[in-house]
Structure formats: structure tokens, C-alpha cells
Design a protein. Sequence first.
Lengths: 338, 338
Amino acid sequence: MLSERRLEVLRAIVQDYVGTEEPVGSKALTERHNLGVSPATVRNDMAVLEDEGFIAQPHTSAGRIPTDKGYRLFVDKLAGVKPLSSPERRAIQNFLVGAVDLDDVVGRTVRLLAQLTRQVAVVQYPSLTRSTVRHVELLSLAPARLMLVLITDTGRVEQRMIDCPAPFGDAPLADLRARLNSRVVGRRFADVPQLVQDLPESFETEDRATVSTVLSVLLETLVEETEERLIIGGTSNLTRFGHDFPVMIRPVLEALEEQVVLLKLLGEATDSGMTVRIGHENAHEGLNSTSVVAVGYGSGDEAVAKLGVVGPTRMDYPGTMGAVRAVARYVGQILAES
Amino acid sequence: MLSERRLEVLRAIVQDYVGTEEPVGSKALTERHNLGVSPATVRNDMAVLEDEGFIAQPHTSAGRIPTDKGYRLFVDKLAGVKPLSSPERRAIQNFLVGAVDLDDVVGRTVRLLAQLTRQVAVVQYPSLTRSTVRHVELLSLAPARLMLVLITDTGRVEQRMIDCPAPFGDAPLADLRARLNSRVVGRRFADVPQLVQDLPESFETEDRATVSTVLSVLLETLVEETEERLIIGGTSNLTRFGHDFPVMIRPVLEALEEQVVLLKLLGEATDSGMTVRIGHENAHEGLNSTSVVAVGYGSGDEAVAKLGVVGPTRMDYPGTMGAVRAVARYVGQILAES
DNA sequence: GCCTGGCACTCTGTGCGTTCGAGTGCCAGC
DNA sequence: GCTGGCACTCGAACGCACAGAGTGCCAGGC
């Protein structure tokens, strides 16, 4: 096990490196932190830390920089979560007050988070798995063409065009609309399939094909709707990534464009508490030089979605974690109120 | 006026510079294009072109690069719009086929455009100002609570909650729904206000307040939703910007994050035909080193929204313009079909 | 046993001078 | 009006020396 002082040296290295972006040497360390020992001693400690894989030197005779493993230890054992300053708290509140709808809340949140952490922010829309159906509407646009409109209790609306296998009269349409609504309104998405399963049977033979088509489109829409959306912001902060950044930034931008990757990224985060993935801990290769700080948020006690930031492994972990946690809390409050 | 050959020299300079990203000299020019004259002659022509402001030298004794003014002339007079290759055409069709709803169409379009041009793509959602109403639906959620759903001919759906001043029965609701639809379906948004103006009068006194409320919400929705949304994609293509790119890319990313800026950008484009804004022609400072190629698209003969790409001024204008135009056409077709 | 000062060594970054080559401008001649 | 020739300019590339920061190791002291 590492001695107390060696941990202290690691902490100092992480802090200095995060601040200066430059490899930190033994002399500079003793000058900036009063460790109570001489550079030579620190050098010995550094040698041990390097053997253990917590720090590395870019070149012989350069200072040390933390490895992913070093950051990991730092985050787990050495760093707390820095509470926000009160101006920051106020900024959060001001920023989120006055949001008019869900899109607006999510949009403001992502901007806020990006601004606060000076990194790339990712916010997932509240998940719909627990949503219920408020209304299903069927409109006849042409004899063999319908439009399906699905309204959820979170105020989201989805619509789909349907080409019917056969013309469908107004009477069966009204009938279908009424039956459909009486069965599914107020129900959870997940329960809908069983509830409508036997509907086609109660229609005339010639209409059954159409009814089946409508139902399959409805079910499809429900499934798709459950797929979670997310938005990102603050990509211009990627420019603060480092010096060798053209080569670093490319895969990150690419990864950020793929919703699937991001969803997986946030999804990996455990439900409770904050998750920090450092460098190679991220499954996606393009994000191997980044760290992801994510946390769940929600209107009640349950987390309904996640939010977080993506930044260079060399980031201010305590500050970032503090900001992410605080934003998640405030957003949860806002959602609970509305 | 510039002689034929001088224009030819300018064209050659633009083409070479776009290809190589390096200042092009007189000797290289004569080797790569058979201009039929010697380097010395080309040098004289270059001197003239430089005097006129079409090209510039980064340093004395370096080759020339086109200026914004040079690109402008190139686009206006020297370059056509390059038609797409047939594999590209097929790619477009395959890419857009199978889109399930408007979000999907727009999402696919932006990815397609980014991929095709290898630049940043911007697609505006079909605007509602010139759109027509396909259907208005009124749903009763509670005795004094309605939901208004507005469906446009571009497939966009907007919904609003309405708290009624008084309970509203099913019969007047059906009545209102029918009358509303018979008056506004197929009409343009702008015409709706007059068309519904006198509707309240034909209802019982007790229902008039509610009808007025519904109408005012409808009109509000029409106005509000004229605010246009847009999405962007292909930001990772920014990494192909150039060598000094860290400094270039920053303001571009920032500009791209501001919807307002982008909307203005697309809005500046004239209604008919394709618009190319080169470098400093862009009002926004952050985009002074980029060019924007934009064009309107729509389901019918009229454009209902714009789409385009943002890239370095040093871009392949004919190819980009070809791709943008082709995509706009196909999207228009897709929209018209649905 | 651990810390310390000292010392030799190893790199990188920087500044400087030189060279090389691409490119220019200009001029005289065809 | 085009061309070949020529002197000139200037940036990129290279080599080189040097300063500075940092390391590893060792012998000595508490």
C-alpha cells in the first residue's frame, strides 16, 4: 500500500498537471506544495508511483503526468466533490428559471452545464419507459391513407403516416379510434401490446388487414418513442483540449455525433450516484482520451434520465463532479415542479 | 475587364489551391494546366489579378491563393454546378428512403449532406409560414380542458393545452372541430386569422368564450411555430479545415451552437436559387473564414425551408453546390410524397 | 531506516546561422 | 504581347550549440 505521503504527492501531481497542462517535476512540486520533504525524497516517491503505474513520464528526463490509473485513484480516494460557489448556484437557478417546456428545460440545462464546466455537456431526455398514453388520434387523409397521432402524458406528440391495404370507411375509423382510446388511454407504453392484441377480430373481415396495419404502426411508434433522445452542447470547449488536439478532437467529435454511442455511454453509468469513466475505461475507442462524468436525474426519487459532461482526462474532477451533481439536482427540482 | 486567359488562370489557381491547400505558383500552374503560355506570362497575369484583388500572396515570394473576391468571381462566372455521379444519386435515394417521420427525414438529410460534402451540414425544419394546414384536431381531456393538435402539410405536428373558461360539451366540440377544419384545411397559415374570425358568433353564448380561447391559442401556435428549428451535423469534418485550424475552428463551433446565428445565416439566402456566401460576406464574424452554400427546399414549387453546408472558403464549390442542390431536390420529393 | 544534498547524465526546447528552393518581378528581345 | 533570362526575396529545413529542467543514484546524517 502506498504511504500517506506518496498519495499526497500523487494528489499534488494531479492538481498541478490539471492546472498547468505540463509535466510536473519534483522541484516544482516541493515549491508549490509544502510537503515537508526535499525534492530528492519526492523523486523517490515518484519512482514508486511510476512503478505502480499511477504516473508516467512522456520522455526520460521530463516531469511526470498522471496515468488513467492515477486519475482513478485520485478520484476514488483523494478528491472530494467540490461544492459550487454561491454565485455559481445562483447562476444555475437563474438559468433554469423560466423554461417554458421540456425542450426548453433540456436545452437550457445543456448550455448551463457546458458553460459551468467549460466542457462538452450531454443531457438525455427524460425516458419514456414509464410514460403513459394520453390519447391516440386517427385521421383520414385519403380513402386509403391515415395519420396516426400519439400523445403522451409528458406532452410529447408523435405522428405517423399509414398506407392502408384497403380503403377504410369513416364508420370503422371512428369505431377503431374509440375502441383504441378506451383501451390504452392512461396505460403504460409497455402494457399496450397485450391490450390491443385482439382488436382486429372484432372488425369486419375486409377491415381487419387495415386495423392490423394501424396497430403495428402504433406499437412501432411506442417502441421508437422509448428510444431515448439526447442533446449535446459546448462542443467549442473541445478546443481547450490540449496542444496535440487536432488528432485528439477528431474521434471525439465523431463519437459525439453518434447518439447510439452517447446513449451507451450514459447508460453505462450506474443508476445511483455519480459515475466517472476515465480514459480507457470508456468502451468507445474514440473517447479513450476523454473522461465522462455522468449522473442520473429525475423529478422524483427515481432517476428518469442521465446527464453529464465529456472532457479531457486532464480535467478538474472535483469541480466538474460538483457542477454535474448540482445541475442534476436543480433540473430534478424543476421537473418535479412542472 | 479581365481577358479570357486571365479568367482561365484564376480558375486554375482556385482549382489547384482547393486541391492542394497550398499556394500555387506560376510554374506549377503551367505544368498542370495547358494554358498554352509560359510561366512568365502567367506571372504577369497573376500580377494583374492581384492588383484587382482576386488573389493574394501569403508572403512575398510564395505562390498565390484566391481571395474571397476571387472565389466570388469563380463561383459567379467560372464554375458551373457539378452534377452528382450516379453512385452518389443512388446513395441519396437509399439514404432517404424509409424515413418514418419528419424528424427522421431531417435527421437523415443532415447526415447525408454532411457525408456527401464532407462538411458541416445545416438543415432547417420546414417553416410553417408558407405551410398549409392539413388538419386541426381538438381533444377533450377533461370537461374544461382541451388539447389542440395542429398538423401541417409538411408533417409537422404541434400541440397545445387549453384551459377553457367554461365546460365545453361534446356536441359543440365536434361542431367546432368540423367547422374549423372545413375552413382552414388546405389554407396557408397566414390566411387562417381572417378565415376563423367570425366563428365564435355562430355558437351559443355560453360557448363563445371557449371558442374564442381555442381560436386565440390556434393563432398563437401558428405564430410561435414560425420560429424555426434546425439541426446540424458533420462537425467532425471541421477537422479537415486546414493546418492553423485550432484558431479557425473555435469561432465556427461557437457560431454553430447558436441557432439564432444559423437561422439568420440561412435566412439571408435569397428565396430562389442557390446562395453562396463567401468568407467575409457572412455577417457573423466567427464565420469569416468559412463559406456557406444554402438553398431552399420544399414539397411543392415553393421553398418552405432552407438547407446548406458550412465549410472553409477553400472548398470545392461546384461539387458542394451540386450536392446541396441534389439533396434539396430529393428531400422536396420525399416531403411531397408524404 | 528514511531523508537529504550533491552530482553526473539525459533530454527537450530554443535561438542562430546556413542553405536550398520555389517563386517573384523586371527587362530586353523576338 | 509573349518569352527566356536573371537577380532577388523569403520561408522552410537543417544543423548545432546551449541552457534549463528533470532524473537516478549514491554517500552521509539524523
